[in-house]
Ligand binder design. Sequence first.
Ligand SMILES: Cc1cc2nc3c(=O)[nH]c(=O)nc-3n(C[C@H](O)[C@H](O)[C@H](O)COP(=O)(O)OP(=O)(O)OC[C@H]3O[C@@H](n4cnc5c(N)ncnc54)[C@H](O)[C@@H]3O)c2cc1C
Length: 378
Amino acid sequence: MTDQAREILAAIGQFAAQQIAPMAQHWSKGQAPEPDLFRRAAELGLFRLDVAQSAGGLGLGFAVKARACQAMAAADFGFAMSLVNTHNVAARIVASASPQVQAAFLPSLLWGEASACTALTEPGAGSDVASLQTRAVRKDGGWLLNGEKAWIVNARHAATAIVYAQTEEHGDSSGIAAFLVDLTAQGCRRHASSSDFAQASAGTGGFTLLNVHLPDDHLLLPPGTAFGAIMSEINSARAYVAAMCCGMLDAALRHVSAYGVTRQSFGKPLRAHQAWRLSVARAETALAGACALTDSAIDRIDSGQDAQLDAAFAKIAATEALGTHMPVLLHAMGAEGLRPQYPMARHLAAAQIATLVDGSTEMLLERVARLARAHTET
Ligand SMILES: Cc1cc2nc3c(=O)[nH]c(=O)nc-3n(C[C@H](O)[C@H](O)[C@H](O)COP(=O)(O)OP(=O)(O)OC[C@H]3O[C@@H](n4cnc5c(N)ncnc54)[C@H](O)[C@@H]3O)c2cc1C
């Protein structure tokens, strides 16, 4: 990692600890992050880390982006998800959009003036992406989109969305294409997510597209390429979600360890009780294992190697470590752990969400079952 990358990550870590963590307790009551925080995140480079320098990015690579996600999630998973989703859209625009479209949409995303989202999920299609029903048909030299998207990070405030839609028969994965949609355009109607559990700081929501007309150059990934692109990009998302889970578990362990020194029970600090410290030690062990698998997945992605299996291992291990040990760590702080100034309850909810986004645990286990011993004769 270069000195520049190290300095940027140190500044992001400070931003997370000093400016995000204290605000996060308000977001858990439904309040949205202030627009100014997105601008401050942009100044630190949080929307440009893995965007090419030729397009105004920092070109620091995937590993730095994943570490930034880890540091941000330690403070607030929802806000970290919000930032990385805008970053992902910026990178996709750079990779696939015409110079005109880039000029129109990119600067506001790179500089935190607007947010963006990637919309695959629909009320009737989640894990089974190929069954999405949003339709795109050719019209007047462009495209006409109709459909509904649900459970989309940033959809509450995003100016722009990458919308995956079907151009052929229902269920034909080769007919899926990706379009850039201006969510302020006529025919777009957004709705908030109806769950308090889904972290207001992630801006989760949905939108309906009713006869939304797009010019031809808003087709970013043509039919025949979009489904494959999702499947390869999703490995990176799995690796950074794994890194986020490691960041949250590490943050929880820091709080618990500090509390174990100061809180007295039966005449001694909590950590002097063997039964108490062994449950914390189990969480440390699970974290070390999850981090090792996550590091390996990040390294493979960063060096351009196939990471399907490694990313699946990392996300399964990290979500399970967080899901198993967050309740234990919350319990280890007694009632104090429930106070909103600690991230424990928020990270507990995040653990649940992390098992769904970018491939649920069952989808990933299927991937492991298929790839882990692919050479074994049956
Ligand atoms: C907070 C939040 C943010 C999100 N952000 C985004 C976003 O930005 N963009 C986006 O496109 N989507 C987003 N999603 C949606 C997410 O990707 C889906 O929730 C996920 O794909 C699972 O789909 P589903 O919820 O419809 O569950 P379903 O697909 O209905 O599955 C329900 C359960 O059944 C299991 N299951 C399904 N099929 C099988 C099978 N074949 N074998 C065994 N088990 C199976 C699943 O693992 C799951 O446990 C978000 C979700 C949440 C909660």
